[in-house]
Structures are given as C-alpha cells and as structure tokens.
Design a protein around this ligand. Structure first.
Ligand code: CMC
Length: 431
C-alpha cells in the first residue's frame, strides 16, 4: 500500500469535510496543509505554542528532537563544531553551501569592512542610564540601524538584502561590546580589521587604551564554538518573530531587533543568564536536592533553568558538545569554578529523577554555556547578548529565505474568542 497523500477531515455535525494534502519535506514528518480547511469546513485549527504546527517551509536547519540531531544546511552540528568557524557557518547559513577559499575570503573581507558603528550611533548610547540591561541597549541600537541605512535599502532587492545581512553580522559584535563598555564606563573601541571575527569582538570587549590585550587562543576558540552552536535553530520563538515581523515587509534591522527582544525571555535565550543566577542561588552541591524538590513542586513556579526543550526529547546535541568544552576550557584557563560542581550535581540528580526522566527533560544548550562565558570574563548580563550575536546569522538567513520564497504572505494567526458577546454601551451612571 502506498503512503496516503491526503488526510480527510470531517465535521460530523455538519458533514462538511476537507481533503487536505500532505506536504513532505526532505527529512522529518509530512505536514497536513490546512490552507483550505476554513473554506471547506468553517473551522480554524487551535494549537497553543505551535506544538504541531509548521509555520513555513525552510531549507536552512533541520532538527530531529527524538534522535538529538541538528543539521545546518545538511551538515551535522558535531562536524561543524569540530571543523568549522562561526563566520564560515554564517556563510553556510546565508548561502546554502560551504564557501570555497576565495568565496570565504570575500565574505570575511566584506564583514570586516562593515564592522564600524556610525559615530552618531555612539551618541545614542548616552541616552541610557549606565545600569541599563545590555539586551535593552542592543535591541534599541539594532532597531536604530534602520534610521541610518533606510535610504539605500529596498527589501525586494537581493543585493540590498545581502548588504543588510553583512552589516548585521558585522556590526552586532561592535554594538554588543559597546553595550558592555558603556555599562562599565569604558571608552568604546573601534573594530580592528586585521583580527578574525571572534578575536575582534574580544578586543572590542576587553582591550583598554593603556595596554595591548593578551587574549588566550583557548578563549577565542571557545567563544567561536559557542557562536557556531547558537547560530541557528530553525523556527524557534525569536526566529519565528523575525519571520512574522519580516512578513509585513518591515526592514531587516527592525525585524532582527524584534528577534532580539523575543530572545531575551528566560524561556528562550535569557535562560543562560537565568541558569547562572540559579546556580549561584543554589550555592553548593548540598542544596541541589532541595532545588530538585522545588522544581517538581507544582505549587512552586521554580523551574530548573537550562533544562527541558520543546523539540529535544532525548538530548540536546549542543549541550553535549558544550558540557565537554566546559571542562576543557576551565582546565586550560586554569579556572576552578565551584558553580561547575553545583551544575554537575544538579545534572546528575535530575537525570536520575523520575519527574525529569518521565518528562524527558535534559540539560539544554544554555545549561553549561554560562559557566564558559563566566570563565572568559563575560559578565552575566551579557550572556544573552552573546547568544544574539551568534543567532543573528540564523535570523538574517531566515529573513532572506522568506523574501526569496514565492507566494509568501503576511503572517496573521486567528484565535478562539472567549470574550463577551455583543452588548450595548452603558452610560457611566448605570454601570
Ligand atoms: N524544570 C521543571 N519542570 C519542567 C521544566 C524545567 N526546566 N521544563 C519543563 N518542565 C515540566 C513542565 O512543568 C511540564 O510538566 P507537566 O507535564 O507536569 O505539566 C512538562 O515538563 C512539559 O513542560 P512544558 O512547559 O509544557 O514544555 P515546553 O515545551 O512548553 O517548554 C521550555 C520548553 C524550554 C520553555 C521549558 O522546558 C523550560 O521552561 N525550561 C527552562 C528554561 C530554559 O532552559 N530555556 C532554554 C531553552 S533552550 C535554548 C533556547 O531555545 O533558547
């Protein structure tokens, strides 16, 4: 028997039915195309949190959550983590293929030559209080790029879209470092074109005018690896936000700024900051047991941060790589962090606890990344900013893919209305 190519849905009360085509991708389950459902049956579909809903077709990233598989353009994350660099991965996500040496050299050159911030953008930072959260500054500064580059931006023009992608990937570390330096009252550093992407960022973060910066190659490699692992993750909340905003025709800077704000939440990219704060609160391995009890208590809103994932129900392949790297980085940098002991005890206790096993809750990408960032001297408030620098490559690749897809429409979900039926306005003295 051949596979069914359609699914028939019948409303038994009205006998109205819809025969819906199945749409298959190259990997993963086929999807029921419900585009004609409302016309055929008069019903919408309802799927809180989009647990069963594909919002788009995409050729960029593939996840198999049951098997713990993550592919960028078909390449397993493990191979990219071992052999590639963040900038090469960014090229791959944007262009679909790994670059030949000359292509990569051109891309690297283009990125290096768009790293500067407009001098007026620097003044923009002065409007913030010194203790503003860097994610707030980052979102605002990136949105403000639309004010600097609007004259030469036609979102329908492929060359303009590409230029916007280069600008965003190039400027994000410059803006991120400025957010940090503003918060500690240091002068901004200009980007140095002779350095590689991650080294350039570390110099903008930590170099002081009075002496040259001696940066450990271990730190640069660790950060590059974290950037590779965070570069894309198909239709997660922030990428879906970028696509939804992009679907209105909004410019790429506004779309990416929206992605940054979506990323900030603790259920998403804000988890790395929340993990470190939670590990500090737990304090010592002795307190792990009570933390586990709180996480299981349905009357307590406390959750183990860095645990669980909507898609991964076996393990998060990124977490596996990061865990290994965490031990290596701390050893190579000679850092001994008691929080690592707390994290390891927490992981061990959760992995054998029935509550976590039953619900398939495993450490995710954010569980160990904060300990590495901390070892590199990056302050906790900057953790989600690090995530945003890396995810910019994925966000802009999706924004471009969306614009290149024929037949794209504005994203506009429906709802189940649960408010009042129609009623007459009541004068204030009668209420
Ligand atoms: N600690 C304790 N219980 C949890 C946790 C957790 N971290 N995560 C999920 N659960 C429980 C949840 O209470 C529910 O239990 P029950 O079935 O008894 O009601 C069950 O597991 C399913 O959880 P859910 O909230 O329906 O799952 P979701 O797919 O909607 O949420 C999640 C996924 C990542 C938001 C959630 O696991 C969570 O809040 N984790 C902590 C925050 C975190 O680490 N986020 C980073 C995600 S990875 C990086 C990224 O995407 O940016």
């Amino acid at each position: 028997m051949s596979d069914p190519k359609t699914v028939k849905l019948v409303d038994e009360s009205t006998q109205r039915s819809s025969t819906l085509p199945l749409v298959a991708g190259t990997l993963g389950p086929a999807c029921i195309d419900i585009g004609t459902l409302y016309k055929d049956t008069g019903h919408f579909t309802y799927d809180v949190g989009y647990g069963s809903t594909a919002s788009t077709k995409s050729a960029i990233t593939y996840i198999d959550g049951d098997q713990g598989v993550l592919l960028y353009r078909g390449y397993p994350i493990e191979q990219l983590a071992e052999k590639s660099s963040f900038l090469e991965v960014a090229y791959l996500l944007l262009n679909g293929e790994l670059p030949k040496p000359a292509e990569f050299a051109g891309f690297e050159h283009d990125v290096a030559h768009h790293t500067m911030m407009h001098e007026s953008l620097k003044n923009f930072f002065q409007g913030f209080h010194h203790d503003a959260h860097p994610m707030a500054m980052l979102a605002a500064a990136v949105a403000s790029l639309s004010a600097f580059y609007h004259d030469d931006l036609d979102v329908e023009n492929p060359a303009d879209r590409k230029l916007a992608a280069i600008r965003l990937i190039a400027k994000m570390p410059t803006i991120a470092a400025a957010c940090y330096r503003y918060s500690i009252g240091w002068p901004f550093r200009y980007p140095r074109n002779n350095l590689e992407y991650v080294d350039r960022f570390l110099h903008m973060m930590f170099e002081v005018p009075s002496e040259p910066l001696q940066m450990s190659p271990v730190a640069a490699r660790a950060l590059d690896l974290l950037f590779i692992l965070h570069a894309d993750h198909e239709q997660n909340a922030s990428t879906s936000t970028v696509r939804l905003v992009g679907s209105t025709g909004a410019n790429p800077y506004a779309s990416i700024a929206a992605g940054i704000t979506a990323l900030w939440g603790p259920a998403h990219g804000g988890a790395n900051e929340a993990v470190l704060k939670q590990l500090k609160e737990i304090g010592t391995p002795d307190n792990v047991e009570s933390a586990i009890l709180r996480a299981k208590d349905k009357n307590d809103s406390f959750r183990l941060m860095g645990f669980g994932h909507r898609v991964y129900k076996n393990f998060d392949p990124r977490a596996k790589i990061i865990r290994e790297m965490c031990h290596k980085v701390l050893a190579e940098l000679g850092v001994s962090d008691p929080l690592l002991d707390v994290a390891m005890k927490l992981e061990e206790a959760a992995l054998k606890d029935e509550y976590f096993v039953e619900r398939k809750l495993y450490p995710n990408v954010d569980f160990y990344s904060g300990i590495i960032y901390k070892a590199l001297g990056i302050p906790t408030e900057m953790f989600t900013v690090m995530f945003a620098i890396a995810r910019t490559a994925g966000w802009i690749a999706h924004w471009i893919e969306q614009h290149e897809t024929p037949g794209a429409r504005i994203g506009r979900p429906r709802q189940i209305y649960t408010g009042h039926d129609v009623r007459d306005y009541m004068a204030s003295d009668k209420r």
